[in-house]
Design a protein around this ligand. Sequence first.
Ligand SMILES: C[S@@+](CC[C@H](N)C(=O)[O-])C[C@H]1O[C@@H](n2cnc3c(N)ncnc32)[C@H](O)[C@@H]1O
Length: 393
Amino acid sequence: MILLWHSNCSHKTTSSLYLGLEWELKGGSLVCPQFGTSKRAIPFPVLSRLDWSKSMILRRCLEAYLTQGSRIWRHLPASWRLRSVGLVYGRHLHSLVCRYSRRTQSHGTYFLRNRSEPELICRLLKRKALGASLDISVLACSKGAEVYSMMWAIRTARPDLRVSMRAVDISQEILDFAEEGVYSLKTFDCLKPFDRKSMTEEAKLAWNTCRDQPPQNMSIFQRMSEREMEAIFDRKGNRAEVKSCLKAGITWQLGDATSPQLIHTLGPQEIVVANRFLCHMERSVAESCLRNISGLVKPGGYIFVSGVDLDVRTRIAREKGWKPVTDLLGETHDGDVSLRDGWPLEWWGLEPLCEDRSDWEIRYASVFQIGEAPSSQCDTAPTQVLESSRQVR
Ligand SMILES: C[S@@+](CC[C@H](N)C(=O)[O-])C[C@H]1O[C@@H](n2cnc3c(N)ncnc32)[C@H](O)[C@@H]1O
């Protein structure tokens, strides 16, 4: 591309985005207007020595390649996509998308987003003695939907347990909203004004409830049945308020999951839920964050970690000897339709489970046991609790 500019455009102004800045080619020099035209002009001969010019060319080629690849993928019959050739092509596209996309964070979430996760927590809790205590942390809790969904499932299955649930997020604003436990039943279409300062309280509630709901602004309640809505909320007009019995036992805490200090604020946990936020980080950051999070889990405890690059998770799981929980493995992997539908063209998309792989259990498990519990902690659950656990399903 630089050669093209040399031959054809030396007299013209051509602009391009690189490093988040607008660069212009003016009379043989590359200029960043944001620095001032005269000061930072880079003379042409220097361009050929700069690595980034090559990466800019590569980026353009890659964009064109991915645009074509997306078209091909979208036109493939659904049955082909799941055949081995389709899977290989999908993995190839997804690895490129992951490698070159810029990751961004989001507060998007759903109540009962992946219902196999709370179901599995309840199954794991069957081993706990009557009236025992439970320390559980939900990291990156966003608007609280995951926290209240988990609490509802646990309280339904094991009303006897003394639950201490820590809900952590890096954003104080979203934590404040989550702690209120009040959501709007209005749809996003009603939210015409975007100036948040001039919004009424009702409009603010609707805006917060609907913000970042991907794809196409899906309702945060979309995955719930009427019976579940009834069980979790008190509905008053356009408001859905989480029942006070489900709010008890939750502590809302501002915290950064990448911080080594987190263990001092939370203390060791029996279950750590760290779902669907690591994929929003660059791989290297996600990897060190996951290592940090795993240090919060008590020996013999469990980590729930979905929505993360599978290679990153598998590498750490292998290296640290985590035991994949095979119960509900397939259901948990496939339980979040938006993640599965996003593959392979979105970086947060999740590849289909492929049992042909020799490493499939460790690769596709999203729940792991970390270390061994001291034998005295392996209690047996009373029969009535097993029955109430079944009712949750
Ligand atoms: C997509 S939401 C995930 C919500 C929920 N876990 C779920 O699965 O539905 C991602 C959340 O992660 C939070 N987050 C991002 N980086 C974080 C960090 N380093 N520590 C704690 N929370 C973080 C964001 O503020 C956002 O609310």
